[in-house]
Design a protein around this ligand. Structure first.
Ligand SMILES: *Cc1c(COP(=O)(O)O)cnc(C)c1O
Length: 374
């Protein structure tokens, strides 16, 4: 069946709604290498230090209670988030990963004929979610692999219902200063939802950066979404959260599944937030190894896009024996998994997560040999 096939009286099998079969399914980072025991997993931006020991403890403590439904309102987690960030708990909505929030927001505010705007090399879940509801994803060009506010605003039409930016963006690692995000917001019609996906906010140490809280506080059409999958190392637990205007929180609470965050995820997330020391160590680790990796790979002659996240985007030469695909294969043969970027329109680049110091040294050594520098 082709994506254009539609339901007719003769259809011999169920036909998904228009748009669904246009979706190229999201492909996660690989996690296994056949025949290699110790795989270095740098394909999914999972926090280098893993989860907080306190999160593991909280998870284990729930083992005897898994027959119980979780708190459908994630009250303890929302209260902990509210306390930590100085927010109103009733304007926080928790979710099964922030991916769920992306899907819910699109489902609530867009449908067939509507447009969902994102930036050229933005996170792939935005167009996937748009197609899932029959809406049209529209990509605005970027400038130097960075969201271009003027290009985004120029791409807004009367059919635009949502605008997504990842700040910092995955996979480029670039970010927009708070003033630029505010300018984007100011240029949007009041009925358009601006979603600021701040999955990597905890890693950013720039004075002109703001994850979106200030903008959400003073608007009725801006949502900030966050995740426990990156710096908190809870990707396997699936926990995300949104800080919303009251009107949008109300909408999300009507359409989300009633028990969308599992009990262990809620407990592990609360424990992670309370482990301030762990978050600080994770940040400090990235502050050290992000520049170390960037400098070492640059010294090998690779071009690096300046990143403020827990990953780098490395651009390889075009020559077939030295290109990104060949580098990916070479690293995989040494048990190192990184992420290919063809799906993001960047086939000449690989995205490499910042792992442990030992893992980053292994990456540099492998690429040094691959490039014939040692
Ligand atoms: C990893 C990532 C997410 C998804 O996070 P989950 O909470 O694990 O669903 C969302 N947005 C961006 C930009 C990401 O990189």
């Amino acid at each position: 069946m082709t994506s254009t096939e539609t339901l007719t009286a003769e259809s011999t099998q169920p036909v998904a709604r228009p748009g669904v079969l246009d979706i190229a399914p999201y492909v996660g980072g690989e996690s296994k290498v056949p025949g290699v025991n110790r795989v270095i997993r740098l394909a999914s931006n999972e926090g280098a230090l893993g989860p907080s020991p306190k999160a593991i403890e909280a998870y284990r403590a729930l083992a005897g209670e898994i027959h119980r439904y979780p708190d459908g309102g994630s009250a303890a987690l929302r209260a902990t988030l509210a306390g930590r960030f100085g927010l109103e708990a009733e304007r926080i909505v928790c979710s099964g990963g922030s991916d769920e929030l992306i899907t819910l927001l699109v489902r609530a505010y867009a449908g067939p004929g509507d447009e969902v705007l994102y930036s050229q090399h933005g996170f792939l879940m935005y167009p996937i979610a748009a197609k899932g509801v029959g809406a049209t994803p529209v990509a605005a060009p970027e400038t130097e692999l960075t969201t271009d506010v003027d290009a985004m605003l120029a791409a807004v039409t009367e059919r635009t219902k949502l605008v997504f930016i990842a700040n910092p963006n995955n996979p480029t690692g670039t970010y927009l200063p708070a003033a630029e995000v505010a300018r984007l917001h100011a240029g949007l019609p009041a009925h358009v939802v601006l979603v600021i996906d701040a999955a990597y906010a905890e890693y950013v140490a720039k004075h002109d950066y703001e994850p979106g809280i200030e903008l959400v506080r003073r608007s009725t059409n801006t949502v900030m979404i966050r995740t426990f999958s990156k710096i908190y190392g809870l990707g396997g637990m699936r926990v995300g959260w949104a800080y919303c205007p009251a009107n949008i929180a109300d909408v999300l609470n009507r359409i989300r599944n009633p028990f969308n965050v599992n009990a262990a995820g809620q407990a592990a997330a609360v424990a992670s937030l309370e482990d301030l020391d762990f978050a600080e160590r994770s940040r400090a680790h990235n502050d050290k190894w992000l520049p170390w990796t960037s400098e070492a790979l640059s010294a090998l002659g690779l071009k690096l896009t300046p990143s403020v996240g827990n990953f780098v985007l490395a651009h390889f030469p075009d020559a077939p024996e030295r290109n990104a695909d060949a580098a990916w294969d070479y690293m995989k043969s040494r048990g190192i998994l990184t992420r290919k970027m063809g799906g993001y329109g960047l086939p000449g680049a690989l995205r490499i997560t910042i792992g442990t110091g030992e893992e980053m040294k292994a990456v540099v050594e492998a690429l040094s040999q691959f490039l014939g520098k040692s």
